[in-house]
Every structure is written in structure tokens, then in C-alpha cells.
Design a binder for this molecule. Structure first.
Ligand SMILES: [Ca+2]
Length: 445
């Protein structure tokens, strides 16, 4: 297999599964179990816009994950909201710690995943709305009013602080392996309860070495699984091996307590029967997927920054030339990966794929005469804050044609969130008549 130039990888030692797989679960107190998996590979640091140094795909991934958490928080009707257990995982990168003298730049050691949050019971203790479930190592957020604070903690503290941790320069993409571990974790946590995997990625599996790994598949006709062997996926592709693992979860239950036993279960599931995915096998009925795909459209006639210009990507075979000087425009994420996630979302209950495609920075946000004056009334006051935090806009996307959202996107990153509210509050009361503005409110959640 070719090695992607930007993701230079030396030989990868036998993987150590483990981090974050949690303990075997018995008591399941939540109605739903949610795992947020954030691809923290080098290429996630690529620009999500052309013409400005930010936002990156990573910034967008964090904002998109915050958007989902906010969405979940708002599912409260009266006092009724499902109680949900959450955990946040990222790809594990310990490159620096394992280098001699902690000098970065040595061969990559990133492999599979680790749990970022919660790490200890106190991580969930925002008021009385959260509790640490020791059997799953997940944070259960209450369905009532008290849970709001924990949703805010997850959204505005945990995810926001992760946003500041830029991907390293030697971080590869163990996507297939991480997907297997994530679904195994959810299955072990709550076999019979609803499970949700939230995935933020730019694709390009480059370093999976477990039984779940493989080459990239060709795209599926119509982005749907076919009723035939391998469901229309390339035999032995990572997409097919991942599916083989998850459709056989009941027959080969994960062993989160024992990495070696778990790897054996993966291997057995993937090899079961004739190995290939069979037409009669079914996707798990209790699993949902929210996949957010972050990518650029690379135009050979108008080359832009990375990932366009890369000589090869490992997600498919043969490797593609994103650096081609001629030819059609192509997405930086492989067509076989977009197609796979779309088919998966179609095949699973209530599942979604969102595509976050690189846009010109100049198209985002609005420069107001007075920073923070969302409605351009000439004064920064509660009307501006009211508009910015309205249910329709708050923590949502702000792309051209959504005029209200674009006006409220003060830092011009394509989102309306706390970063914009902070700008508004920094100019609170500016140019307003004396005594006409209320005391500056706290940063809204
Ligand atoms: Ca913004």
C-alpha cells in the first residue's frame, strides 16, 4: 500500500486496543447511549475555507459536534427528555510522548482511539444533572431541567477546549479500527438500548491494522447497499470488514475487558461464514449514526491548499492524485467513503450524513459598521443578542442565503455560537443612548 506523503508513517506496531473501551456493563441507567468520535488526524487541520487561516476542518468538526449536543439538549419537551449517556473519543496521538527527549517529528505512533471525556466521576458533576456510570465510564445526563447544565458543560467546555487542541503534524487516520471500537463500546455499554455514534471525519483511513481494516471500497450505485455478496462493496475493503464486524455483534460479543480477546472476536466476526458480507445479514436495529464529513472539492484548474495538492491518499486503491494538473474536480474525501456513509445512514434507523464542504472565506459572515451590531441599528444591545441566540440560529450553521444567520456570524467562521456572542458582549452598549441598555449579561449557553 502506498503511504500518503503528508501522513508519513513508519511501521505500526501491533495495536493496543483499549483506551476508552470501558468496563463490561450491567446496570444501564440511560435511555440512550451516545459516543462522539472525533477524527483528530493531521488532515483535519486543513483549511475549511479558502482565503483565511481559519476555520480548519477541526474547528468545523468541533462546531458540528456542539451543534449536535445543542440539538440533543433542546429535545426537552416540558420536563421530558430521554436521559442520555455520553462519551467523547478522539484518535489517540501519543507521538510526542514516545519520541526520544519528547521531540516531535519521529515516526507516528497514533493508533486507534482514547476517551477524552469523561475521565473521572467529577467530570460529570455539574450540579445534580449528571452522573458518572462506572459500569460504562460514560456520563449520564438527566432528562430534566438539571441536565441542561451538563449539556452546556459538554458543549461549551469539553468540546470547546478540545477545539483548541490542533491536530499534530504526524497524526494518521485509524478510521476503520476506531469505528469498530466505537460500535463495540456502545454495544458493550447498552446491548438492547438505543445507541448513537456521532462521527466527525475527513475520511482517508490510513492506518488501521486490526481485523476491521482493508483497502477503500468503490462507491455504491445510488449510495445504497445492494442485495448481493458484500452488499456491493469491494470485497475486503475496510467498509466491508467494518460491516462484517457490526452485523455479527450478537454472535461475537465485544470483550472490552480484554483487548486480546476483543481482537479475537473482531477477527472471528470478520472471518465468519465465507468471510464476505451476505445478502441476508442485517444492520443492528438499535444503532443510529450521525456522520459529518469534512472535505474540499479539488479543482485541478484552480489548485488550492491541502488536502488538494496531496500526491496520494490511502483511503482507496489505487491511490488518487489530488495533485493532478488536469482532469475533473474531485472531492478530497474518497467517493467510496462518502458513498459508504450515505448507504449506512440509509440502512440504519433515523441516521444522517452531513457534508461540510470547503467554501470561500469571503462568503462567510457580515462585517458590521459596529462589531456586534447584528441588526445594524447603530447600537449594540439586547436586540442583537436576542437575534443571535434565537432558537433558529444559536449553535447553527451560517452559510450564504441564510441571511439572518450570516448577519449573526460575527467572527465569520460559518457558525453562530459562543464565539460570536463573545464579540457581541465585548462591544455591549456601544453607541447606545446613555441608560438605554441593560447591564451586560453573561455569555449565553
Ligand atoms: Ca461565528
Amino acid at each position: 500500500m502506498p503511504i500518503p506523503r503528508r501522513l508519513a508513517v513508519a511501521s505500526i506496531p501491533l495495536m493496543v486496543i483499549g483506551a476508552g473501551l470501558g468496563q463490561p456493563a450491567f446496570a444501564q441507567t440511560a435511555d440512550e447511549y451516545v459516543l462522539i468520535l472525533l477524527d483528530h488526524s493531521t488532515s483535519m487541520g486543513d483549511l475549511a475555507v479558502t482565503g483565511a487561516p481559519t476555520p480548519t476542518f477541526w474547528d468545523n468538526a468541533i462546531a458540528a459536534a456542539q451543534n449536535w449536543v445543542h440539538h440533543d439538549k433542546l429535545t426537552k419537551q416540558g420536563d421530558a427528555r430521554p436521559s442520555r449517556a455520553y462519551a467523547v473519543w478522539t484518535f489517540f496521538d501519543d507521538t510526542c510522548s514516545r519520541c526520544p527527549s519528547k521531540v516531535c517529528g519521529c515516526p507516528n505512533t497514533q493508533k486507534n482511539v482514547r476517551q477524552i471525556w469523561p475521565q473521572r466521576p467529577s467530570d460529570c458533576a455539574a450540579g445534580s444533572g449528571g452522573s458518572f456510570e462506572s459500569t460504562t465510564n460514560m456520563c449520564v445526563i438527566a432528562g430534566n431541567e438539571a441536565g441542561d447544565k451538563v449539556y452546556d458543560l459538554l458543549k461549551n467546555k469539553v468540546l470547546a477546549s478540545l477545539g483548541k487542541q490542533r491536530p499534530g503534524t504526524h497524526s494518521n487516520t485509524p478510521l476503520a479500527e476506531s469505528l469498530c471500537l466505537a460500535v463495540e463500546k456502545l454495544y458493550a455499554a447498552a446491548r438492547h438500548k438505543p445507541k448513537l455514534l456521532v462521527l466527525e471525519t475527513d475520511g482517508g483511513d490510513s492506518s488501521s491494522v486490526s481485523a476491521c481494516s482493508g483497502y477503500g471500497s468503490v462507491p455504491l450505485p445510488g449510495d445504497t447497499f445492494q442485495k448481493k455478496e458484500s452488499w456491493g462493496l469491494t470485497k475486503g475493503s475496510w467498509q466491508e470488514t467494518f460491516l462484517r464486524r457490526i452485523v455479527r455483534m450478537a454472535r461475537f460479543p465485544p470483550r472490552p475487558d480484554d483487548p486480546r480477546a476483543n481482537a479475537a472476536q473482531e477477527k472471528a466476526a470478520v472471518a465468519f461464514g465465507r468471510g464476505i458480507l451476505l445478502p441476508g445479514e442485517k444492520l443492528p436495529s438499535t444503532l443510529r449514526l450521525r456522520a459529518d464529513l469534512h472535505y474540499a472539492i479539488c479543482d485541478p484548474a484552480n489548485p488550492t491548499s491541502a488536502p488538494c495538492g496531496d500526491t496520494d491518499r490511502l483511503a482507496d486503491s489505487p491511490a488518487r492524485e489530488l495533485a493532478a494538473k488536469t482532469g475533473p474536480k474531485i472531492p478530497s474525501i474518497h467517493a467510496g467513503e462518502i458513498s459508504f456513509f450515505k448507504a449506512l445512514a440509509q440502512g440504519l434507523t433515523d441516521s444522517t450524513v452531513r457534508e461540510f464542504v470547503r467554501v470561500p472565506a469571503a462568503a462567510l459572515g457580515r462585517k458590521h459598521k459596529i462589531a456586534g451590531d447584528v441588526d445594524d441599528s447603530g447600537c449594540v444591545d439586547d436586540t442583537d443578542l436576542y437575534l443571535l441566540t434565537s432558537k433558529e440560529l444559536w449553535f447553527g450553521r451560517a452559510l450564504p442565503t441564510a441571511e439572518d444567520a450570516v448577519r449573526a456570524d460575527l467572527n465569520r467562521d460559518g457558525w453562530v455560537n459562543q464565539k460570536d456572542a463573545a464579540i457581541l458582549l465585548s462591544t455591549w452598549g456601544k453607541r447606545c443612548r446613555k441608560g438605554a441598555v441593560a447591564k451586560k449579561p453573561p455569555l449565553p449557553e
